[in-house]
Every structure is written in structure tokens, then in C-alpha cells.
Ligand binder design. Structure first.
Ligand code: DHB
Length: 313
């Protein structure tokens, strides 16, 4: 018997538990159409800005070890109008299309969300945690600013809005953020973004491994899995099923996806392993998740969701 890994995010059905994360290989129409043809259960587009951007100087992405990357891409993207056009072309793949947006001011966020509210996308992921741009794109660390933004983004249209969150590591931050998410009608969260501003040094050349931002960049892949799991779990407990959760950050295998499911994620997004292995990662991860479900005697994703067992003290 095959186990169906179908799930949903904010009421939008996904044919499997696994899709791409905004970041790798989702910037151009060609890349997005490849995702359309793949088994990724959604097409998540690269975070876009009002104007097209080239991004940071190279080298800006470095493979630290097996399944770990550090990058400071600097939001290379085609500009939001192009993604609105491309989303029409992507309709034919008959799977959810997810826009990702980042503004450099509150007004820009309003422009971006309003525009996608009138587009062909199904969900809008509002990225408030890009670590690579100095200035305004890291508003997720300032709860007053988060409040102002969420207030302004309410009621701009019918499509569900989500927030791309950074890693938090103190309970009061999870609590504060959850309060705002519930108060302002956020429908889903994507947690977590790459862990920002990490520094890798090559001791033989004595140099940083990437050029931008004085060598500092966002860490992704295997190393950040426990950080992401803790964040998913904290929000799962606080949001009590009222808000869907995309788990992301170190989803490198079906076993890893299963851990996110136990922690309480409704679906997972894959960044690093998609960058390294290409579209076959979606089938591999979802297939191995199915085996894990079978092994543990679960007959659906829903049955296993949140079933983390704690050790009694
Ligand atoms: C970039 C990196 C991120 O982690 C993010 O959320 C958005 C953009 C980037 O540098 O392109």
C-alpha cells in the first residue's frame, strides 16, 4: 500500500509534502518551468523586489562541506512585474504558485503584496528575514516594525499571506511573533531562513570564502536542521493549528522531512539539496518520507504531524 503524502498550506492543497524553497534555481522563467515539470508540490519563486537586481559580486555562494552552503546572493531577481507575468505561464502546471517578496520600505511591501494579490499566484510569502542586505530587509528582529508591516499588509486582497521568518532562539521572541501572527491574520509561516551573517575562513589562504558583506553570509543545509526543528516546534505549540507551517532549513533527506513532520510542519521546502542535486531531490525526499511513515505505522502525513515524543523528566 502506498501512503499518500498529500498535505495543504493555508487551505491550498499540495500533492506531496515536499517543494522547493525560495532561493536556488527559481529566479528565471526557465528555472521556474523546470520546477513546474518536476515533482515539487509547489513552485516557489525567488524573493523579488520592486526593481530587478543583479545581486552581490561573486564569489557569493560556497559549498562548505557535503550538504552545507554559505551564501550572500544579495537578492538577484527579475523584479516583481516579471514574476507576475511568469506566474501566468506557470498556471499550466496545475500546482500552487508561491510568490516571495521583499521590500526596502513598508510602502514597497504594500506595493508588492497588492500586486501579487491581483496575480495568478496562490500564496504570498512575505520575506522579512533576508540576512544579506544591509538596512531594511531584516525587520523580523524588530517587533514594532513587524507589527506596522502586518497591519499594513492586512486586507489587501483575498490570497493567503505568509511570513518567512528567521531563526529565533529565546522563547519570548517565539511568543511575541506568534501573538502578532495570530492578531494580524497571517495564514502560514515559513521557518526558517538561512542563519544569517556566518563567517567561514580558509586558514590556508587566510581569506573569507565569499566576497560580499565582509565575507559573511547565510548558512544553510544540514548544520541548521536542529535550529529549524526547534523553531518549527515552538511555533507549532504556540499557533495551535490556526496557522500552517512550512518547515525549511536543513531538509536534506526523507528522514529529515519526517523529523519536521514530527515537530509539526505541514509541508517542507528544500533549498540546499535542490541547489546541489537538482529536481530529483523532491522525489527522493518524498519517497523516503513515505518509507518512514510506513515503518512507523502511520497511514498519512496528518496522522504523524506534531507527534514528537518528549522524554519524561
Ligand atoms: C537572499 C538570501 C536570503 O536568505 C533571503 O531570504 C532572500 C534573499 C539573497 O541573498 O538573495
Amino acid at each position: 500500500m502506498t501512503i499518500n503524502t498529500a498535505t495543504s498550506i493555508a487551505g491550498i492543497p499540495l500533492s506531496s509534502y515536499v517543494c522547493n524553497a525560495s532561493g536556488p534555481k527559481c529566479t528565471t522563467q526557465t528555472e521556474l518551468m523546470r520546477l513546474g515539470r518536476s515533482t515539487s508540490s509547489a513552485i516557489v519563486m525567488k524573493t523579488c523586489t520592486i526593481k530587478p537586481r543583479e545581486g552581490n559580486p561573486e564569489p557569493r555562494l560556497y559549498r562548505v562541506s557535503g550538504r552545507v552552503l554559505v551564501q550572500s546572493m544579495g537578492l538577484p531577481n527579475l523584479g516583481y512585474e516579471e514574476y507576475i507575468r511568469i506566474s501566468k505561464e506557470l498556471k499550466k502546471y496545475k500546482k500552487p504558485i508561491i510568490a516571495s517578496v521583499a521590500g526596502f520600505s513598508l510602502e514597497e511591501y504594500v506595493t508588492l503584496v497588492s500586486a501579487f494579490q491581483k496575480s495568478d499566484v496562490d500564496l504570498i510569502e512575505v520575506n522579512i528575514s533576508c540576512p544579506n542586505i544591509s538596512g531594511k530587509t531584516q525587520i523580523s528582529r524588530d517587533f514594532e516594525q513587524v507589527k506596522d508591516h502586518l497591519q499594513a499588509l492586512q486586507n489587501l486582497g483575498p490570497k493567503p499571506i505568509g511570513l518567512k521568518l528567521p531563526q529565533y532562539d529565546v522563547p519570548i521572541h517565539w511568543e511575541k511573533m506568534s501573538e502578532l501572527i495570530l492578531k494580524y491574520g497571517i495564514s502560514f509561516i515559513t521557518c526558517i531562513n538561512s542563519v544569517g551573517n556566518t563567517l567561514f575562513i580558509n586558514p590556508w589562504t587566510r581569506s573569507a570564502v565569499i566576497k560580499p558583506n565582509k565575507g559573511k553570509g547565510g548558512l544553510s543545509g544540514e548544520t541548521i536542521e536542529p535550529i529549524a526543528l526547534a523553531n518549527v516546534r515552538a511555533f507549532y505549540e504556540l499557533l495551535q493549528g490556526k496557522v500552517s507551517i512550512f518547515g525549511v532549513g536543513g531538509v536534506i533527506s526523507g528522514i529529515s522531512a519526517f523529523k519536521f513532520l514530527l515537530a509539526g510542519a505541514d509541508a517542507v521546502q528544500v533549498g540546499t539539496v535542490f541547489e546541489l542535486d537538482g529536481v530529483k531531490c523532491f522525489r527522493n525526499i518524498d519517497g523516503d518520507l513515505e518509507k518512514m511513515l510506513k515503518y512507523h505505522g502511520f497511514s498519512s502525513v496528518a496522522e504523524a504531524k506534531g507527534k514528537l515524543q518528549l522524554l519524561s523528566e
